[in-house]
Design a protein around this ligand. Structure first.
Ligand code: ZN
Length: 111
């Protein structure tokens, strides 16, 4: 990408994250639908039952967190920690766009 030295980036990083979140939501929804179909089959689609349940659980969590992040984006509260209201660094959001907490709060939650 070419730009002059003095101009700030034109693209809003939040818009980039919205695209990432929408793609992530779609991907995990599709995966969750697929895993749910597998779970109803007698052979569990070839999955180990415990692994399948774990995959469904984590997919469901990502879908829920991603939907929540997109809703917060629509409301204008995206990017603030849900616990202490500090702005979550963009660097963290780029790695984990559905992050709900800043790093210190996340650490406190997971112990
Ligand atoms: Zn926090």
């Amino acid at each position: 990408m070419t730009s002059t030295v003095h101009d700030p980036p034109v693209r809003d990083p939040i818009e980039e994250l919205r695209t990432t979140l929408e793609e992530q939501f779609q991907r995990h929804s599709d995966q969750l639908a697929h895993l749910t179909v597998c779970s109803r089959q007698p052979d569990r689609g070839g999955f180990d039952d415990d692994i399948l349940q774990a995959l469904i659980g984590s997919s469901r969590q990502v879908v829920a967190d991603t939907a929540r992040a997109l809703r917060r984006m629509a409301e204008g509260s995206y990017g603030a920690c849900e616990r202490c209201a500090t702005d979550i660094p963009l660097q963290r959001l780029e790695i984990l766009p559905h992050a709900r907490f800043c790093v210190p709060c996340q650490r406190k939650r997971t112990g």
